[in-house]
Design a protein around this ligand. Structure first.
Ligand code: ADP
Ligand code: ZN
Ligand code: ZN
Length: 750
């Protein structure tokens, strides 16, 4: 699939090709041959040019990957392209990244390119010569501020616009943290006018770099930064391993300052959850240069704008979630992956890539430094750092006076619970509130209760479509399956015995919220989970409330646990720490240890010390004890040793083939056939790759489909990839239409 060197991007135009090999957005893992047509572009036909082509009965946008003189197809079967869409090819580094991704994850190249392009470019819109929108206040002296007393964000935007006599373009407005919603609001009230104008030259920025002075660094931060300064002009992989609140972000900011000082760009990847105005506003407050944010709330045009700004070099700082790894940069200077251990960097369907791993490959290729930051590094990154392949930079101190609080394990056994909480913990909450602190109650289950049971006969509400229980919700009342979203009304009586004695078992966020509101009627309770923040700006509003610092109770899932700076929290309560301790998945313990430490890190971040109470039914569990007594690093190094002994990542590499079908035996037979064929192929080659399974997936039935899986495991990545490529080829040719299959390289869960 790779272009050979004679047609590599960037070379001078070779003689006009007779054949264009084109990547087409289909699942098929191959290129398609077409004849060139129309005027060749000025630099000649080259890889990276978009073209419109007839494909089956449709027209699709494809990308030229190779230029050749001959095709294996007879000339009569070769169709000409319909239209050339670009004068200039897409950036060579970007093409390389897509090719690498497709090869590494055994995915179709056409599909990968499609995934990596902003929507309008996928649809064939031109790269340049776009129109942009400018927004102007209708009445600069505006009396509108009264009208907008109920819409504070719109009001702020009016004040911003009032400072710009000629109005502002959309990207400048979004760069200040405003969105479509506010603009539309002002438009609806006829307070602003929208004018379209052609996009002209770049809007550069010049002059001073910083809008506020950098903080004086403490000794550890300074040591880390000077190590980073040494590697600015080359591939220099570093792990910034710093306890929660140790000032990693300040190190990022000063590293970026150095990179911008060289006239280069910084790409910052953050987890889904972290891309809140809080993170962004720290970057925006620091730099005068525009900070472009790439997140799911953007419209297609805004996304294209951001992409263009990065590609052209207009945007010096790009911050985005997982998919931002595919943003082209004119002058790459550094890649930073914040909270590198976070699971949201791995895409779990379609193109199953890991943005952190791609970031590493990309930094290597582009010869730039890469910084992975975390208080709880993944075992993968920790092993690399320990092996000396990444530079290991540590921050062990917080700039604030207080070290992260130790976890105090609280025995749940045999104690009465109210909303999941036992009496001594409720007392501790009362004391913390009395001392004017905020309390964070962490419970990783949304809804009222994770199950509804009949007290007479033991019946439990289960999903009709999955091997799972229904979660009881009260706001509004209903049963919901969290795996397929299937909903039913809450039954009045047991469907099995008719008894009316149906009781919720266990607590979710809604139940803890309700209990706490009853126990502490004079204290505000804020619930933060996916349900309470479904509305776009609800989360930010809640965070703003919380940061005012009044004594209050925060009940939340991991949405609240990660990354946020909550300076007034003095007590963190973990309702139940046990979910990950005995789960079958090999990463479950790692992930729950990371989550516990991240939650605990929300406490005592400002001028008051914090406490963390962890409720558990297994206070003597050796892993939990190690985490509580010695901290994450000690447990992490022990887990690494266990992984080595068990032959699991990062000491071996895995690929997981998943098969699913509406009939159980279809999925099973397909997986068995694939397993037999793979074992035979591996045996003939005396390959060191192991093939395990098939086995039913952990939740075998989901949405009425049965899931079976087969695993490849190898000590050498190259061997795994050879076997995976073969398996994909085999499945492509042998798979029945009744069975859907996929291959997951470096799976996060088994
Ligand atoms: P992390 O990213 O490691 O969780 P942050 O960068 O959010 O930590 O820093 C935690 C707090 O410490 C922030 O309020 C930040 O402004 C402050 N801080 C960081 N570095 C310094 C420093 N060198 N001097 C004073 N305060 C600092
Ligand atoms: Zn019953
Ligand atoms: Zn379900």
């Amino acid at each position: 699939q790779l272009a050979d060197s004679s047609t590599a991007p960037g070379n001078a135009a070779p003689p006009a090709p007779r054949i264009l090999r084109i990547a087409v957005p289909t699942p098929l893992r191959r290129l398609f041959d077409y004849r060139p047509a129309g005027q060749p572009p000025v630099g000649g036909w080259r890889p990276g040019l978009r073209v419109k082509i007839p494909f089956g009965r449709r027209y699709l946008v494809g990308i030229v990957m190779e230029c050749a003189m001959q095709s294996e197809l007879p000339a009569s079967q070769l169709k000409p392209i319909t239209e050339r869409l670009d004068d200039e090819p897409l950036p060579a580094d970007w093409l390389w990244l897509c090719q690498f991704t497709a090869r590494y994850y055994q995915h179709s190249l056409g599909d990968t390119l499609h995934h990596a392009l902003p929507g309008p470019l996928r649809q064939g819109r031109p790269l340049e010569a776009r129109i942009r929108e400018r927004w102007q206040l209708n009445h600069p002296e505006t009396a509108a501020l009264d009208v907008l007393s109920r819409a504070p964000r719109q009001r702020e935007l009016v004040q911003l616009l009032a400072q710009h006599r000629h109005g502002m373009i959309t990207s400048a407005i979004t760069a200040q943290g405003y969105g479509r919603a506010q603009l539309q609001g002002l438009l609806d009230k006829s307070l602003v006018t929208r004018v379209s104008e052609p996009l002209t030259a770049s809007e550069g920025w010049s002059g001073a770099l910083l809008a506020e002075p950098a903080l004086p660094l403490n000794r550890e931060q300074a040591t880390a930064l000077s190590a980073l300064h040494e590697g600015l002009d080359r591939f220099h992989p570093c792990l910034l391993h710093g306890v929660t609140g140790s000032g990693k972000t300040e190190v990022y900011l000063q590293l970026i300052e150095a990179v911008l000082g060289q006239g280069r760009q910084a790409l910052v990847l953050v987890p889904e959850i972290g891309l809140t105005p809080q993170t962004l506003s720290r970057f925006r407050k620091r730099f005068r240069a525009p900070v472009v944010a790439l997140h799911s709330g953007l419209t297609d045009l805004e996304r294209l704008d951001a992409w263009e700004a990065a590609r052209s070099g207009r945007a010096p700082i790009i911050i985005g979630t997982r998919s931002a790894i595919f943003t082209p940069l004119a002058r790459p200077g550094v890649i930073i992956v914040d909270e590198e251990h976070d699971g949201s960097f791995k895409q779990q369907d379609g193109l199953r890539y890991h943005a952190r791993d791609l970031a590493m490959a990309r930094a290597h290729r582009e010869g730039v430094p890469i910084l992975l930051g975390s208080a709880t590094p993944s075992l993968e990154s920790l092993a690399q750092a320990r092996g000396g392949r990444y530079r290991h930079l540590r921050l062990t101190q917080r700039p604030s006076r207080h070290a992260p609080a130790k976890l105090e394990l609280v025995d749940l056994r045999g104690r009465p619970r109210q909303g999941g909480l036992i009496p001594p913990v409720i007392d501790a909450i009362r004391q913390a509130l009395k001392a004017e602190g905020q309390v964070l109650v962490f419970i990783n289950r949304r809804g009222f209760s994770p199950s509804l049971a009949c007290h007479q006969c033991g019946w439990i509400a289960e999903c009709r479509h999955c091997d799972s229980r229904m979660t009881l919700h009260r706001q509004p009342p209903r049963l919901v399956c969290h795996h397929c979203e299937h909903q039913t009304p809450q039954p009045d009586a047991c469907p099995s015995c008719g008894s009316a004695d149906l009781r919720p078992l266990g607590a979710g966020t809604e139940r803890s919220e309700e209990t706490l509101a009853t126990l502490f009627p004079d204290t505000p309770v804020y619930r933060i989970d996916r349900d309470s923040t479904r509305r776009k700006e609800a989360f930010d509003q809640l965070l703003t409330e919380i940061r005012r610092g009044e004594p209050s109770l925060l009940v939340g899932t991991q949405m609240l646990a990660k990354g946020h700076h909550l300076p007034h929290v003095t007590l963190v309560v973990v309702v139940n720490a046990d979910a990950g301790l005995y789960a079958s998945d090999f990463r479950a313990l790692e992930q729950s240890a990371q989550l516990l430490v991240q939650v605990a890190g929300r406490s005592g971040r400002a001028d008051r010390a914090g406490r963390v109470l962890v409720q558990t039914l297994h206070p003597d569990d050796p892993n939990l004890r190690l985490l509580a007594d010695s901290g994450y690093d000690a447990l992490a190094y022990q887990m690494l040793e266990e992984r080595r002994l068990a032959g699991l990542p990062p000491y071996r590499y895995l690929a997981l083939a998943r098969f699913e079908a509406t009939r159980e035996e279809d999925a099973r037979q397909a997986a068995e056939a694939a397993g037999d064929a793979a074992r035979q192929w591996l045996g003939e080659r005396q390959s060191a790759v192991h093939c395990l399974g098939p086995v039913p997936a952990p939740m075998e039935r989901r949405q009425n489909r049965y899931h079976v899986q087969l695993m490849l495991s190898a000590e050498k990545r190259s061997a795994l990839h050879e076997a995976s490529a073969w398996l994909v080829g085999w499945m492509e040719s042998a798979a029945s239409r009744r069975v859907r299959w996929s291959l997951d390289i470096d799976p996060m869960t088994l």
